[in-house]
Design a protein around this ligand. Structure first.
Ligand SMILES: NC(=O)c1ccc[n+]([C@@H]2O[C@H](COP(=O)([O-])OP(=O)(O)OC[C@H]3O[C@@H](n4cnc5c(N)ncnc54)[C@H](O)[C@@H]3O)[C@@H](O)[C@H]2O)c1
Ligand SMILES: O=C(O)C[C@H](O)C(=O)O
Length: 333
């Protein structure tokens, strides 16, 4: 059996963590042969609730789970961690945009960047889930200069999963028959869910482009995009709470593919530091199509963007630049 790895989940007493911790502890992300120590970080007033989560983890009787460390101290939470799920942050309420959370949440990610810098392994892989996720991840990395920027990412996998599910439902095929769906840009209502390169294995076993299989470009350019862009708000309107089960599944998918490699012949969407690919602003956390192998990600290059797509990429770039500037100003206060 391999040596245990250390994995921290922040916001460990919250609703996403409640679904995520079970997936981590049973081996869905790091593999069924990889034991782990779970570090559960939350704030002091939540320690009572967190204690209940610790009891439940124990009662799950999972053989891979070697140790559980509940704490409100970031120095303990981030000590020697190999992977970090930064979930702990305020969720939005009905009527808010995710960027309305920036002033409240970004300082959490400044402080956690500093703590990661001091206490985590330099090889740690960091996934930011707390909103606004792209910009929080940028700030976290800025305050963790001893950790390579490529080790930071933000979650747009939930958007990818939503887009894949919309297409699969419309075509009446299982979701994993749909490949190469891309989310570009920000995890916000300016994101661009793009199926221009996506393929589907249809009900009769034929591989087709999604555009041909759907045969309704007006839907693909209209309702499909806005449904994915606004899905988070629709869940909040229905549940009076933001998505949690699906967010936890997406966080697990994101880290699993980063850690173990993305599916052969396809790609996944992750927000990572832009290097200027596809004329996006270098230095912001931008969601791209990526391939992962041996723990590293690489942006898929050479995809064609038509005028419609170009406009969408530029719009979400503009929002990310505005968020970056606002976040930097908040962090200087
Ligand atoms: N990127 C995505 O796709 C995506 C999807 C869903 C939710 N989210 C975001 O994830 C975040 C968490 O959502 P949730 O539903 O679990 O919220 P929640 O309110 O249920 O839980 C958040 C937890 O974070 C804790 N917390 C607050 N400050 C902290 C800190 N400094 N250190 C450690 N823990 C801290 C809180 O005490 C709470 O237990 C929100 O910002 C939400 O908007 C992102
Ligand atoms: O929409 C939200 O505020 C939560 C999350 O980002 C989501 O996409 O469901």
């Amino acid at each position: 059996m391999a040596e245990p790895i250390r994995v921290v989940v922040t916001g460990a007493a919250g609703q996403i963590a409640y679904s995520l911790l079970y997936q981590l502890a049973k081996g869905d992300v790091f593999g069924e042969k990889q034991p782990l120590s779970l570090h559960l970080l939350d704030i002091e007033p939540m320690m009572g609730v967190l204690n209940g989560v610790v009891m439940e983890l124990q009662d799950c009787a999972l053989p891979l789970l070697r140790e559980v460390i509940p704490t409100a101290d970031p120095a303990v939470g981030f000590k020697d961690v190999d992977a970090a799920f930064l979930v702990g942050a305020m969720p939005r309420k009905e009527g808010m945009e995710r960027k309305d959370l920036l002033a409240a949440n970004v300082k959490i990610f400044k402080a956690q960047g500093q703590a990661l810098d001091q206490h985590a392994k330099k090889t740690v892989k960091v996934l930011v889930v707390g909103n606004p996720a792209n910009t929080n991840s940028l700030i976290c990395s800025k305050y963790a200069p001893s950790i390579p920027p490529a080790n930071f990412s933000a979650m747009t996998r939930l958007d990818q999963n939503r887009a894949q599910a919309q297409i699969a439902n419309r075509l009446g095929v299982p979701v994993n028959n749909v490949n190469k769906v891309t989310i570009w840009g920000n995890h916000s209502s300016t994101q661009f869910p793009d199926v221009a390169n996506a393929t589907v294995v249809t009900a009769n076993g034929e591989t087709k482009s999604v555009a041909d299989a759907i045969n309704d470009q007006a839907w693909l350019n209209g309702d499909f995009i806005s449904t994915v862009q606004k899905r988070g708000a629709a869940v909040i309107a229905a549940r009076k709470l933001s998505s949690a089960m699906s967010a936890a599944k997406a966080a697990a998918d994101h880290m699993k593919d980063w850690w173990n490699g993305s599916p052969e012949g396809s790609w996944v969407s992750m927000a990572v530091f832009s290097d200027g690919s596809y004329n996006t602003p270098a230095g912001v956390m931008y969601s791209f199509p990526v391939r992962c192998s041996k723990g590293q990600w690489e942006i898929v290059q050479g995809l064609n963007l038509d005028e419609f797509a170009r406009g969408k990429l530029d719009l979400t770039s503009k929002e990310l630049l505005e968020e970056r500037d606002e976040a930097l100003a908040v962090c200087q206060d």
